[in-house]
Design a protein around this ligand. Structure first.
Ligand code: NAP
Length: 282
């Protein structure tokens, strides 16, 4: 029976570090981190995420400014607003909820964010640094996966990691982070042939496709570590890519959904806002 990994336990430790950092700064009359989180339009998922960011930030004493724009805002106006936030000294980190309305050039808008405040590693500069293995803000969802793996006290070096999904926000950056840990990384996608066979070679299998319960025990090698990034809504319930009940007895460790990867991501975003402040003071 696989051990169930609780993202919350790992998040709680990071939250303690953040609280300590903020309390120290408050006690010494130093600026505290403050996040500006931008939402354009009324996407239900994004509203949930931004409210959650606000709740956790405030509980940790981190400043939070929710910046809401109607979907009618023009690309130029949005870019101007981001430039204003780039120039504000009280803002240490900027988060832009994606996706943006379809008529906007998402890459152009993202590129406006100052790389020093880009706490979710979206800009070309930070993505380039990540790819080159240089120090940068680590993208929160891939970083959650790596934090979870490191919490297991298993040796990552030399392990065969198979990632299913090659998106810019999960699969691709995760491949860079796992290469840095000296894993042997394979990235699969919708055109991968013999997907089950490739997955069955994995010591570490990570699914980020957004297809509920797609991964069953036929994809999993005995004793593999199974990390489920997927979150789909099924009958109003958040459901992962992995058919948990079917896979749990085959895995050595497995993350649940909810309560696994997703339980960590916002906390890591807030942690990045603390690092942004320290970097600014260097
Ligand atoms: P995405 O941009 O839609 O990418 C999905 C990827 O899965 C694509 O690379 C796609 O391949 C691949 N794929 C789809 N169906 C497949 C199949 N049958 N076999 C193999 N590969 C397949 O999604 P995303 O933004 O990366 O998100 C992935 C999932 O993670 C979603 O459920 C999302 O909600 C969740 N997520 C969770 C968190 C969290 O904090 N827990 C954060 C971010 C995302 P192609 O490239 O060939 O199309």
């Amino acid at each position: 029976m696989g051990e169930i990994i609780k993202g919350k336990t790992i998040a709680d430790k990071i939250k303690l570090d953040i609280s300590e950092f903020v309390n120290f700064r408050k006690a010494n009359n130093l600026i505290i981190p403050k996040i500006a989180s931008i939402l354009v339009g009324e996407d239900g998922g994004s509203i949930y995420y931004i409210n959650n960011q606000e709740k956790i930030s405030k509980s940790l004493g981190v400043g939070f400014e929710k910046i809401l724009f109607p979907s009618s805002i023009s690309e130029e106006e949005l870019i101007d607003e981001i430039i204003t936030l780039n120039n504000r000294e009280d803002i240490s980190g900027i988060i832009l909820q994606l996706p943006l309305p379809k008529d906007m050039d998402e890459k152009k808008v993202i590129s406006t964010i100052s790389s020093d405040k880009d706490i979710d590693c979206l800009t070309y500069e930070n993505v380039g640094k990540l790819y080159m293995g240089e120090k940068c803000f680590l993208p929160c969802t891939p970083n959650s996966v790596v934090r979870i793996l490191k919490s297991l006290n298993v040796i990552l070096e030399g392990k065969r990691a198979v990632i299913i999904g090659r998106s810019n926000i999960v699969g691709k950056p995760l491949s860079s982070l796992l290469l840095k840990e000296n894993c042997t990384v394979t990235v699969c996608h919708s055109k991968t042939e013999n997907l089950k066979d490739v997955c069955k070679e994995a010591d570490i299998l990570i699914s980020a496709i957004g297809k509920p319960k797609f991964i069953n025990d036929e994809f999993v090698k005995d004793g593999a570590i199974v990390i489920d990034v997927g979150t789909s809504s099924v009958d109003g319930k958040i459901t992962g890519d992995v058919d948990f009940d079917n896979v749990v007895s085959k895995a050595s460790f497995i993350t649940p959904v909810p309560g696994g990867v997703g339980a960590l991501t916002t906390t890591l975003l807030i942690k990045n806002s603390c690092e942004a402040l320290e970097k600014d003071e260097d």
